[in-house]
Design a protein. Structure first.
Length: 288
């Protein structure tokens, strides 16, 4: 397996040719796309290079990014860096423990939503011993975030607890059938297979924009962005305004991605699960 349960590059971009015909509930062996180590040296920002290393299950490449051009991610994107280090630590690679301790400290100090959950996962010695253990689930947090922060009118989605795959509700409603309900009527165990995810809308993302504006050092840009987020079409105007400022735009993408990843992690913890792609690493022969 890879660390693909923690990231996609981009969303479903590397899906296998046969995946389009699959439906929720199919049990045809592996449900994850397996890819080789990505070339992280070609036209990639450090965060995309880290995502590529995670998706390829390459713990050594994760460490190469976080000790090279991507050192800043340890502080600017500790959610993403921490997820990558889960992979590197599972492969027992040198430097992994040192970086884990550093990222855990950054997460606890920053204390955004989901930060404490990840810090407890990667540095359990400092965690509350009375916490209820979370069950590991090989899940893609970006896909989960997309469902959680999607339009409630789209119906949300469901998580297959046997594979960790996240499916939009439309996948079940297509063709006027709900395969899950049919299966649940036949076997009670199938009812335990699926975890419902309701779309909560864009309120949290709107709050992210307002919070980000408060961090802008340029008062003129901050004022234009503040005016942009008022009224209908706020998200579009905000992005259009940022498009003229590449540095601020790149910082916004990191800021937003960190918040979304953290919220998805926190929601998952509330349901009793934690993201963990490492169960399959040993089976694939990647563990050293």
């Amino acid at each position: 397996m890879s660390c693909s349960g923690l990231a996609t590059i981009p969303h479903r971009a590397v899906a296998s040719a046969g995946s389009a015909s699959r439906r929720p509930g199919d049990r045809d062996g592996s449900t994850r796309t397996r890819v080789g180590t990505q070339n992280t040296s070609v036209d990639m920002t450090p965060d995309r290079a880290l995502l590529a290393a995670m998706y390829g299950g390459d713990g050594a490449a994760v460490l190469a990014v976080l000790t090279g051009d991507g050192q800043g991610l340890l502080r600017s994107m500790p959610q993403l860096a921490g997820d990558g280090l889960v992979c590197a630590f599972a492969q027992q690679l040198p430097l992994a423990q040192q970086l884990v301790d550093e990222v855990a400290g950054v997460l606890r100090q920053r204390d955004w939503e989901g930060d404490a959950a990840l810090a407890d996962q990667i540095a359990p010695a400092v965690a509350d011993p009375d916490q209820v253990p979370l069950r590991p689930l090989d899940i893609d947090l970006e896909q989960l975030a997309a469902i959680l922060e999607g339009d409630p009118r789209d119906g949300g989605g469901r998580i297959d607890l046997t594979t960790g795959e996240v499916w939009p509700q439309a996948a079940f409603d297509y063709g006027g059938t709900t395969e899950i309900e049919d299966e649940d009527e036949e076997e009670d165990e199938e009812a335990l297979r699926w975890l419902r995810v309701d779309g909560e809308g864009s309120r949290a993302s709107y709050h992210d924009m307002a919070q980000f504006i408060s961090t802008i050092p340029d008062p003129d840009l901050a004022d234009r962005l503040d005016r942009a987020i008022h009224g209908k079409g706020a998200f579009g105007r905000f992005k259009d305004e940022l498009a003229e400022h590449p540095t601020a735009s790149a910082r916004w993408r990191s800021f937003s991605a960190e918040h979304q990843r953290g919220r998805a992690r926190q929601w998952l913890a509330g349901e009793g699960y934690r993201p963990d792609p490492t169960r399959d690493i040993a089976a694939d022969g990647n563990q050293t």
